[in-house]
Write a protein that binds this ligand. Sequence first.
Ligand SMILES: Cc1cc2nc3c(=O)[nH]c(=O)nc-3n(C[C@H](O)[C@H](O)[C@H](O)COP(=O)(O)O)c2cc1C
Length: 214
Amino acid sequence: MDNSVYADIEKLRSRYATKQFDPEFQLSAEDEAEILEVLNLTPTSMGVQPYHAFLIKDPAIRAQLQQAANHQMQVTSSSLFIVLAAGDVLEQSWTRRYSEMVASKRNIEPERADAYMNGFRAKMSLQSEAYRMEWSARQTYIALGNLLTFCAFKELDSCPMEGFVPEKFDEILALKERGLKSIVAIAIGKRSQNDKNQFLAKIRRPINELIEIV
Ligand SMILES: Cc1cc2nc3c(=O)[nH]c(=O)nc-3n(C[C@H](O)[C@H](O)[C@H](O)COP(=O)(O)O)c2cc1C
C-alpha cells in the first residue's frame, strides 16, 4: 500500500460519533453545498431516492428537535443538522420524477422511460405499505454512510443519530401530512475540545472475526 492509502484509512480511524460540537464553528457555504451534493449523489435501489432530506436551519426548530432527541447536544451545537425522512414510493411522486428525468436527460421517449418504473411500481404494489416504508428507510442509511465517510475525508466531524422519538420529529417537521417518516439524522461540524468521546479507544471486532472468507 502506498502512503496515501494509509492516510485515507487514518481519516476513517480518526472519525468518531461526535457528542459535543463547537457551537461557534460554521461550515463554509462551499462545504455545505458539497455535503448536500454528496447526499444527492448517493445511489439508491432503482435510483428512486425514496426520501427527503431536511436541512434544519431554524434554531427554534433545532431546539424542539433536541427535546425530542433525548436532549442530545449534537442537535443544537452542530453547524449542519440533517434529518432523512422516508416515504412510500407508491404514494410519492419520486418514480414519476425519475421517469421524467430519464426521458429528458437520456433523450428517451417518455413511455419507454416509464416502462422501467411501471414494472417497479407493479412489483412494489404486491408488497405491504410497511414493507415499502422499510425498503425506503433502508435507502436513507446509504446516504448516511456516504455522508459520514465524506465528512471524515474532509476532516469534518459528524454524528449519525437515530436516538430520537420519530413520531415527535414527524410532528415538529409536519411530515405525517406529507406521508413521510423521519428515519435517521446526521449532525456535522467541528468537535468541541471538551468532547471526551474523541479520546476513547475505537471499539471494533478484529477484522478476521468480522469477515469470513468463504
Ligand atoms: C444509525 C446510527 C445511529 C446512531 N445514533 C446515535 C445517537 O442518536 N446518538 C449518539 O450519540 N450516537 C449515535 N450513534 C453513534 C454510534 O453509537 C457510534 O457510531 C458507534 O458506537 C461507533 O463509534 P464511532 O462512530 O465513534 O466509531 C449512531 C450510529 C449509527 C450508525
